[in-house]
Design a protein around this ligand. Structure first.
Ligand code: GLY
Length: 311
């Protein structure tokens, strides 16, 4: 098989324009992570290995709402969800509402080879014990203070902040990679919407929010319920599989989301190396490696009208 040029795109959430504070630091974080993960792809790493590394680095960055720095739910607890989809095997695995671990994406990875591949809170807790994963508290002072403030107004906010900046709301992280063998993988990890009811299930550990096959991979961010209602990631991948270009698949799916007044964003790569992103929300924090250089979506902040781009 002839070697392909690897491609990579990552995101750190989607949100509204009021969240613009701290963007320079977010951009620096995203670029640094893209560079490190792209080196792995250039050295012959698989798409799945790249997605795991990217998700782990994003989970370890307290700015983003995943792993360390995850938002707190209505009862003041952190519960995280993550999924991994290996596009070559077309195999999905994930954990829902797991607590006391550093990298939920590693649990999703461990489930790839299991018969039971998606575990909820109780099962995830057993898995962490079986794997002897060290206990880790991902709650940061910022998120605890945010929760205390929200409690004063009886949790009126729709979602917690996007990233750890006083002006920001919402978030999730995600990675889509194409490796030198032409295989694709997608990973998504989140602390959830924040301030949600106990037991609420995020899109991030569903094929609606994270999906890949041999043709394309997609990771979503934004309001989980909107992403689930559109079945967004799987829809884009299936449209690409059925013959639409990735750009057409993303544009058509975003147009439908806009019509249905959804609040979401998505990143995608296909097997020909096309990189695409789109959003109905005002801000999508994403960065990507074209093979020649690193770019990002941060200059695309605009009126909140449907927007996106591709290479
Ligand atoms: N998209 C993340 C969530 O709604 O949980």
């Amino acid at each position: 098989m002839s070697q392909k040029q690897p491609k990579l795109i990552i995101h750190g959430g989607a949100s509204s324009l009021e969240d613009k504070g701290g963007l320079l630091a977010v951009r620096q974080s995203l670029h640094k992570i893209v560079l490190e993960v792209y080196q792995l792809l250039l050295a012959g790493g698989t798409a799945t290995e790249a997605v795991l590394l990217g998700c782990e680095l994003l989970e370890n960055e307290p700015r983003f709402n995943a792993g360390t720095g995850s938002v707190l739910q209505s009862d003041g607890q952190v519960r995280m969800s993550a999924s991994l989809m290996d596009g070559q095997k077309q195999r999905f695995s994930g954990v829902i509402n797991v607590s006391w671990v550093k990298n939920p994406i590693q649990l999703a990875k461990a489930l790839q080879s299991e018969e039971d591949r998606v575990l909820s809170d109780y099962g995830s807790a057993h898995l962490t014990r079986d794997l002897q994963v060290p206990i880790y508290d991902p709650a940061t002072d910022f998120r605890i203070e945010e929760w205390i403030e929200e409690r004063k107004t009886n949790f009126q906010s729709k979602m917690a902040r996007l990233y750890a900046d006083p002006e920001a709301r919402r978030g999730t992280i995600g990675v889509v990679a194409l490796d030198q063998n032409g295989y694709i993988a997608a990973g998504t990890s989140t602390g959830g919407k924040g301030l949600e009811k106990i037991g609420r299930v995020s899109d991030s550990a569903m094929p609606a929010g994270n999906y890949a096959n041999r043709y394309a991979g997609v990771s979503c961010t934004g309001i989980g319920e909107d992403i689930i209602d559109e079945c967004f990631a799987a829809k884009v991948v299936i449209r690409r599989t059925d013959g639409l270009s990735l750009v057409e698949a993303m544009e058509r799916s975003m147009q439908e989301s806009q019509t249905n007044q959804r609040d979401l964003g998505a990143i995608a790569i296909d097997s020909t190396g096309v990189i695409v992103w789109g959003k109905t929300s005002e801000i999508l924090l994403a960065a990507y490696h074209t093979g020649e250089k690193i770019e990002d979506t941060l200059e695309w902040f605009g009126s909140g009208e449907l927007s996106g781009g591709h290479l």
